[in-house]
Design a protein around this ligand. Structure first.
Ligand SMILES: [Zn+2]
Ligand SMILES: [Zn+2]
Ligand SMILES: [Zn+2]
Length: 262
């Protein structure tokens, strides 16, 4: 990510000193001018404002600067997209610092995820569910479970401990073969299920399925039972009921941009 260099505040240089111009004594105006050398136009401006000092360009001061060594005078600087530390020139193209680049990505599956979000060859975070004699059952979330076969266990696993596993194979029947990996530092990637976005007019076709609707909350009504949210998208209105306890407001933090399942 490219941002303003914070070492030079985006100027590309640091100011070392500001001195009063000795030529014009800080006035910015020239003392001696060859009137004959001035054109008519210059003469007009000379008569109204005086001629500006050649040495300081009329500023009255001489500013000495040093090119910023961090941004090499560009005024912008790259920061690692992941950890936000400054990146030095040699790996600017990648937008990741050395540290983040060398780390592997471990996927953390949200409970909404199903096997569709699991890919062979990727690393996942899991929890040891149980240790049958033939290996270990690992939960990737509350509904996805895979097996590490005894032959693939190279370090002891404990029940309820966190593990990083590599998905070796997903069989036709949904059984997953996992290999535990000893990885301590990694990039955490949170994965949520991507539900199809459906308009209110198409909702009927998706009864019984999980979908995503997007719209503006136009009414929140608390009944003696559930809380009724009315959402408006460009096609119409959708009412959704949410229930915690009778008469209790559900999703207290929801004010707009709600995502509901129907
Ligand atoms: Zn000057
Ligand atoms: Zn700089
Ligand atoms: Zn980084």
């Amino acid at each position: 990510m490219k941002q303003k260099c914070k070492y030079c505040d985006g100027k590309g240089h640091e100011i070392i000193s500001v001195e009063r111009c000795s030529e014009c004594k800080g006035t910015g105006k020239s003392k001696s001018v060859d009137l004959m050398a001035l054109s008519e136009k210059n003469l007009d401006s000379f008569l109204s404002e005086g001629s500006s000092c050649q040495r300081c360009n009329g500023k009255g001061e001489i500013v000495s600067t040093n090119k910023c060594e961090y941004c090499e005078g560009k005024g912008t600087f790259f920061y690692c997209d992941k950890c936000k530390t400054p990146i030095f020139k040699e790996n600017v193209e990648e937008n990741l610092c050395q540290n983040c680049k060398s780390k592997q990505s471990v996927h953390f599956l949200d409970d909404s995820c199903t096997l569709e979000e699991v890919e062979v060859g990727k690393l996942y975070h899991g929890k040891v569910n149980s240790l049958p004699p033939f290996g270990a059952f690992i939960d990737l979330n509350s509904r996805i479970r895979g097996l590490v076969h005894t032959s693939n266990i190279d370090h002891p696993l404990e029940e309820n401990s966190n593990v990083v596993v590599l998905v070796k194979e997903i069989k036709q029947n949904g059984n997953m073969d996992l290999i535990p990996k000893k990885i301590e530092t990694y990039n955490k990637i949170e994965v949520e299920k991507t539900l199809p976005l459906v308009k209110s007019s198409e909702l009927e076709q998706f009864i019984g399925k999980h979908v995503r609707v997007e719209g503006e909350i136009i009414q929140i009504k608390q009944t003696a039972g559930p809380t009724i949210f009315t959402v408006s998208d460009e096609d119409g209105l959708i009412s959704g009921a949410a229930f915690v306890r009778a008469g209790e407001r559900a999703y207290e933090d929801i004010l707009s941009d709600m995502v509901v399942s129907a």
